[in-house]
Design a protein around this ligand. Structure first.
Ligand code: UDX
Length: 494
């Protein structure tokens, strides 16, 4: 048995959580930490089928394990599948995690688990860490401002801002109410705080879950954020008043390039729940520099048929080449590209590429891509900032509203689409983003500035680089003492 820090990482089982957690896992591994990455059995099987985990298997000191998620096949097809998954994990997944950690401690050649790293939404696993007496860390998958807004949901409720009195409050200007009392943040609108402020239900399940999950991070030894100091310095200063140990190590994509490529002479591996379309890269190769709009709404968003049609015709009228990820399930009724309006493909032939899923980081770094129409999920936002690509934002869920607010107002790299999607506005914004107006040039200059700052933050001596070192040092403090090892060996031999 080795004396070595061993991190057991467990993300909430969706791409927006798996991707950053996996990157963190690889970064820790590249710094000598033994890593166990835990998926649900369902995703483990999906990943085996897409074959994307291949590059990670068989690395010394990096293992994949799986625990059941407790969902039935019927639950998986339900429109509420994410809520069902959340509840099911919370109810049944703690004991298998504890059991797994104990089994690992008894496996030959595997050091005992010395810390647990979770993504958001799986706070039940903090109890698993407590049960095996190791410290826990939470990689909360949003920006610092997204995290702070989630923490403040409780106060908004207590101060009477939410729930909304009736449906008219969604459209009567109430969501524009200024909120100027959140420490570290500039004045924002109530509607920017989160999708969850739009509820009429005093017992809104999603709102309570978000509140509870964010506040429960206080039980962890440290909070890890996929952001960097220069990007959110004010809000980070304020946050550290409540959470003293905040490790900003982002953008994770950039950090990976500094650490993993150089240290191991190999590219960053990825886990993809959908098969990546390689042909879109060849299509991009054939497009002029900066000409292509990339369009994607992440792994969870679901569009109505009307929204899909507004987008499709808005893009078609822009006359710009675009690469659009229409994943299976993007459209209500578990539909995908089959739901695109008739004649759309014919009318955009030659300048439209529809992919089910793609290697987004590579796409955003491709020289042909000049803009990103996004739902403002935090991973996508960070990947876009890292790539220096300005955005048209159409947020719809959770932290996406505040990410979008910062992108457009604080960082100067985006344009906001109205909640009610209209094809004319889609066309106008895409033309503005990709065109040559002063505003477009200014956004491009700002995007280039932030891109340079991400590079500096993740390079040796940069804030994210140093914070990652500090995090690894802290994990090493919990490496098992020799006496514990001897105990574990004896126990293992019984
Ligand atoms: C979720 C939440 O919706 C979001 O609000 C929160 O900030 C993070 O968790 P998701 O909606 O999936 O995430 O969006 P996002 O955070 O942008 O993550 C999507 C990930 O999938 C990105 O890492 C992106 O690179 C990847 N992706 C997306 C691909 O690899 N290929 C694609 O074709 C599309």
């Amino acid at each position: 048995m080795e004396k070595r820090a061993h991190a057991m990482l467990f993300p909430f089982p969706c791409s927006g959580h798996i991707n950053p957690t996996l990157k963190l896992a690889e970064l820790l591994h590249s710094r000598g930490v033994y890593v166990t990455f835990v998926n649900t059995e369902h995703n483990h099987e999906r990943l085996r089928r897409t074959g994307t985990a291949g590059g990670l298997h068989g690395r010394e000191g990096f293992r994949f394990e799986a625990v059941p998620d407790g969902l039935s096949e019927e639950d998986r097809r339900s429109p509420d599948k994410t809520v069902k998954l959340y509840l099911s994990l919370r109810q049944s997944c703690g004991p298998p995690l504890v059991e797994l950690a104990r089994r690992l401690a008894e496996s030959e050649g595997v050091p005992p688990v010395t810390c647990v790293v979770l993504s958001g939404l799986v706070s039940f696993a903090l109890a698993a860490a407590e049960e095996i007496s190791v410290p826990s860390f939470v990689l909360w998958g949003t920006s610092a401002c997204g995290f702070v807004c989630t923490l403040r949901l409780r106060e908004l409720r207590q101060r009477g801002y939410t729930p909304l009195k009736d449906e008219s409050y969604l459209t009567n200007g109430y969501l524009d109410t200024p909120i100027d009392w959140i420490a570290g943040m500039p004045p924002v609108r109530l509607g920017d705080i989160s999708s969850f402020v739009r509820t009429l239900d005093p017992k809104c399940f999603a709102l309570r879950v978000e509140e509870e999950e964010a506040n429960s991070c206080a039980r962890a030894q440290g909070l890890i954020l996929n952001t960097f100091e220069d990007l959110e310095s004010d809000v980070l200063d304020a946050l550290r008043g409540e959470f003293p140990l905040v490790y900003t190590i982002g953008p994770l994509a950039a950090a990976m390039h500094h650490r993993v490529d150089r240290a191991q002479g190999q590219g960053a591996a990825g886990l993809s729940l959908w098969e990546e379309d390689a042909a879109c890269m060849a299509w991009l190769d054939a497009q002029p520099a900066g000409s292509v709009l990339y369009v994607s709404f992440g792994s969870l968003a679901v569009l109505s048929l009307d929204q899909l049609a507004e987008l499709a015709w808005g893009l078609a009228a822009s006359n710009r080449p675009f690469l659009w990820v229409v994943r299976p399930g993007l459209v209500a009724g578990d539909r995908g590209a089959d739901a695109l309006p008739g004649k759309f493909l014919a009318e955009t032939k030659g300048r439209c590429f529809i992919a089910e899923w793609c290697a987004q980081e590579q796409v955003l770094r491709h020289r042909a891509v000049g803009g990103f129409l996004t739902h403002s999920g935090w991973n996508s936002t960070m990947e876009s900032i890292w790539s220096g690509v300005p955005m048209v934002c159409w947020p719809g869920f959770a932290d996406q509203y505040i990410n979008c607010r910062y992108v457009c107002r604080e960082w100067g790299i985006g344009l906001l689409l109205d909640e009610q999607l209209r094809r004319e506005q889609v066309t106008a914004h895409v033309e503005e983003l990709m065109g040559d107006t002063e505003k477009a040039k200014e956004m491009r200059r700002s995007a280039a500035k932030w891109k340079a700052l991400t590079k500096a933050a993740t390079a040796p001596g940069g804030s994210s680089y140093e914070n990652l070192d500090m995090l690894v040092e802290v994990l090493r403090l919990h490496e098992p003492a020799d006496a514990e090892l001897a105990g574990a060996v004896t126990h293992g031999a019984q």
